[in-house]
Ligand binder design. Structure first.
Ligand code: C2E
Ligand code: MG
Ligand code: MG
Length: 588
C-alpha cells in the first residue's frame, strides 16, 4: 500500500511537472483531468477562464470534434493527429502569437486523452526554412540553376561600395551574349536552344569555380549568372590589375565558342562580351549592367566572337543610334529614302552592263546619310523588310523606265542588295515576284546580292535562295573575301556571280598576296561557271590588272560614283555618245 501510494504520488508528480500538456476527458469532451502545462497552454483559448469542456474550448478552431470522437470506439485509436491551433497575439493580455499542437485519442470506451504541445518554435523554424527556400528560388534561374539577375545586382552593388572605400580594390562586370542564338532556336527548335543554354551555363560555372581554368589569383571572387535568354554575366571581385581582365575575357569566349553536341547535332555558337571595369563604372548596379551590355553590342557590331571594354563614348553612340531608329521609321513613312545607282562595266568592252541600286537617306538635318549608318539598325529593328521592298520596287520601276527611255543604251541588268534578315523572311520570294510583275521587268534582268555565306548553313535561307532562283532571278555573292565565305565552299552556294570585295581590289596593285587571292577567286568562279565583278575599282592600273586576270566586270569610282536616277540617265546617255565617238574615230 505504502509502495502503491509512493508510485501514485510519483505519477501525479510526473503529470504535474510534464513539459507537455496532458488532459483526460469524457467522450463529450468534458475535462476530467488536466495537468498545469495543459491548463496554461489552453487558458488563452478560454478568455472567461472556464476550462470545462475541451471540445467547446477548441470549437472556434476545430469544429465538429464531438462528432469525430463519436465515430471512434476502439481504445488506442487516434481521433485527430496534431491539430494546429494558432492563437493571435492579444496585446491586452500581454500574450504573443503562438501555435499549439493538439492530439486526441481514445483511451478506453468512456475516456479520451489529449496532448497539447507548444509548436510556436517549430512552426517559426519551418516558416524560416520555407522563406529561405523561396529566397533561394527568387535568386536562382530555373533553367540553368545559376544565380540570377538579383544576385548579379547585389554583387555589383557590393563591389561598387567596396571600390569606393578601397581605391586599390578592382572589380569587373563581364556581360556575355551568344552570337545569333535566335538562329538556333529557329532552326533546331526551342528544346535544343534550352539545352544549349544549360551547356553554356555549365561551362561558365566550371570556369568560375575556385581552382578553375581561369587561373585567377586566390582572392578573386567570381559569380556567374544568367540574366535572361542567352545573356550571362560574370562579376569578378578583387582583380589583381585591370590587365588581368584580358586573359579572363578571352578564355571565357574561347571556352563558350567550342562546339556543343546536342542530340546528335553539332552546334556552333560564338559569344560576344562587353566588360565594364570598376574604374569605368558609374551610377548604380543597373547602369553598370547597361553599360556592359552596350559594350557587348559593340562586340557584336564588330563581327562577334570578341570582347570590348566599355568606354563612355559608347553611350553617345548608342544615343545617336536610338535617334536614328526613330528617325528611320519616319523616313520610310515620309519618303526620305531614295535609291542611287552605280554602273557595272564590262571590263573587256567598256559597256555599261548593269547598275547596282544603293539606298540613300535624305535626312532633313544631316543631309544624305550613307547606308552603313542605318542598314544595320533597320535589320535589328525589323524595318529592313519595308526598306528592302521599297528599294526593290523603286529599282525595278527605274530599270523599266530606262529601257523605255534609252532602248539599247539602257543597262541590261539591275542589282539589288538583300540583307540576311530579309532572307529569313518567308514572304521575300512573293515580294520579288510582285515587284517584277508590278514593273514589267523580266526576272532574268534582276540580280540579287547577298553577303552572308553563313546563310548557306541555314536551311530556311537555303530554301529561300532556291525559291528565288526558281523565279529566274540571278544571285550574286557580295563582298567576297571579307566574311565567312571561302573559295572551298563556293560551290555549295547557288550563286551565279561573285563580287570581289573592294579591300582586295584596292590592293591588287601593291600586294602580291592580294593579287594571288583575286586571281584564284576568278579562276575558281570561272571553273564553277560563275561570273566575276571587281568592286571599288578606283584607278586605271587596277582596271588593267583585273582585265588581265580575266575578271568579267568592274564597278567603282573610276567609272562612276553612285548617282541619283536622273544623273544616272544623263551618265548613260553621255557614256553612249562617248563610246560612239570613239568607235567613229577608230580606224576602220
Ligand atoms: P555593297 O553592296 O558592297 O555596295 C558597294 C559599296 O561600295 C557602295 O557603298 C558603294 O558606294 C561603294 N563603292 C563603290 N565603288 C567604290 C569605290 O571605287 N571606292 C569606294 N571607296 N567605295 C566604292 P554604299 O552605297 O555606302 O553601300 C554600302 C553597303 O550598304 C553596300 O555594300 C550594301 O551592303 C549596303 N546597302 C546599300 N544599299 C542597300 C539596300 O538597299 N539594301 C541592303 N540590304 N543593303 C544595302
Ligand atoms: Mg552590293
Ligand atoms: Mg560589296
Amino acid at each position: 500500500m505504502n509502495q502503491d501510494t509512493t508510485a501514485y504520488d510519483a505519477l501525479i508528480e510526473f503529470l504535474h511537472q510534464a513539459p507537455i500538456g496532458l488532459l483526460q476527458t469524457a467522450l463529450d469532451g468534458e475535462i476530467t483531468m488536466i495537468n498545469p502545462m495543459a491548463a496554461s497552454l489552453l487558458m488563452p483559448l478560454a478568455p472567461d477562464g472556464n476550462l470545462v469542456n475541451l471540445f467547446d474550448v477548441l470549437a472556434p478552431f476545430a469544429p465538429g470534434l464531438l462528432d469525430r470522437a463519436a465515430a471512434h470506439d476502439r481504445p488506442g485509436e487516434t481521433i485527430c493527429d496534431m491539430l494546429q491551433v494558432t492563437l493571435p497575439a492579444i496585446a491586452a493580455h500581454g500574450t504573443l502569437a503562438c501555435t499549439l499542437g493538439v492530439r486526441l485519442l481514445m483511451l478506453d470506451a468512456s475516456t479520451l486523452m489529449a496532448t497539447v504541445t507548444d509548436m510556436t518554435q517549430a512552426v517559426a523554424q519551418q516558416q524560416q526554412q520555407l522563406a529561405a527556400k523561396l529566397r533561394d528560388m527568387s535568386r536562382t534561374d530555373s533553367l540553368t540553376a545559376m544565380p540570377n539577375r538579383a544576385v548579379v545586382l547585389e554583387r555589383i552593388t557590393h563591389a561598387l561600395a567596396r571600390a569606393r572605400t578601397e581605391p586599390q580594390w578592382q572589380f569587373a562586370v563581364l556581360f556575355i551574349n551568344g552570337d545569333r542564338f535566335n538562329r538556333i532556336n529557329a532552326t533546331l527548335g526551342q528544346a535544343v536552344g534550352d539545352e544549349l543554354l544549360r551547356l553554356m551555363a555549365g561551362r561558365l560555372a566550371r570556369l568560375v569555380r575556385p581552382g578553375d581554368a581561369l587561373g585567377r589569383p586566390a582572392p578573386v571572387e567570381l559569380t556567374a549568372a544568367r540574366l535572361s535568354g542567352d545573356e550571362f554575366v560574370v562579376v569578378m571581385e578583387g582583380l589583381g590589375t585591370a590587365q588581368d581582365i584580358h586573359g579572363v575575357a578571352q578564355r571565357l569566349i574561347d571556352s563558350l565558342s567550342r562546339p556543343y553536341v546536342i542530340r546528335e547535332h553539332q552546334v556552333h555558337l560564338s559569344a560576344s562580351m562587353g566588360v565594364v571595369l570598376g574604374t569605368q563604372a558609374s551610377g548604380d548596379a543597373d547602369s553598370v549592367l547597361q553599360d556592359a551590355s552596350l559594350a557587348m553590342r559593340e562586340s557584336k557590331r564588330a563581327g562577334g566572337a570578341r570582347y570590348s571594354l566599355f568606354e563612355p563614348a559608347m553611350k553617345e553612340r548608342a544615343a545617336r543610334n536610338g535617334s536614328v531608329e526613330s528617325d528611320l521609321r519616319q523616313a520610310l513613312a515620309q519618303g526620305e529614302l531614295f535609291v542611287a545607282y552605280q554602273p557595272i562595266i564590262g571590263l573587256a568592252g567598256g559597256a555599261c552592263l548593269g547598275v547596282e541600286a544603293l539606298v540613300r537617306w535624305r535626312h532633313p538635318v544631316r543631309g544624305t546619310v550613307p547606308p552603313i549608318e542605318f542598314i544595320e539598325i533597320a535589320e535589328r529593328t525589323g524595318l529592313i523588310g519595308a526598306l528592302g521592298n521599297f528599294v526593290l520596287n523603286q529599282a525595278c520601276r527605274e530599270f523599266v523606265l530606262w529601257k523605255r527611255l534609252l532602248g539599247a543604251r539602257a543597262p541590261r541588268a539591275m542589282s539589288v542588295n538583300v540583307s540576311r534578315a530579309q532572307l529569313t523572311d518567308p514572304t521575300l520570294t512573293d515580294q520579288v515576284s510582285q515587284a517584277l510583275r508590278g514593273s514589267g521587268m523580266e526576272a532574268t534582268e534582276l540580280q540579287l546580292e547577298i553577303t552572308e555565306s553563313l546563310a548557306a548553313q541555314d536551311e530556311s535561307v537555303q530554301q529561300r535562295l532556291h525559291e528565288l532562283k526558281a523565279l529566274g532571278v540571278t544571285l550574286a555573292l557580295d563582298d567576297f573575301g571579307t566574311g565567312y565565305s571561302s573559295l572551298a565552299c563556293l560551290h555549295q552556294l547557288p550563286v551565279d556571280v561573285v563580287k570581289i570585295d573592294r579591300s582586295f581590289v584596292s590592293q591588287v596593285e601593291t600586294s602580291h598576296h592580294h593579287r594571288v587571292l583575286v586571281e584564284a577567286t576568278i579562276m575558281v568562279a570561272r571553273s564553277l561557271g560563275m561570273g566575276t565583278v571587281a568592286e571599288g575599282i578606283e584607278t586605271e592600273a587596277q582596271a588593267t590588272i583585273l582585265t588581265r586576270l580575266q575578271c568579267d566586270k568592274g564597278q567603282g569610282y573610276l567609272f562612276a560614283k553612285p548617282l541619283a536616277a536622273d544623273d544616272m540617265t544623263r551618265w548613260l546617255r553621255e557614256r553612249d555618245a562617248a563610246q560612239q565617238r570613239r568607235t567613229q574615230l577608230e580606224p576602220a
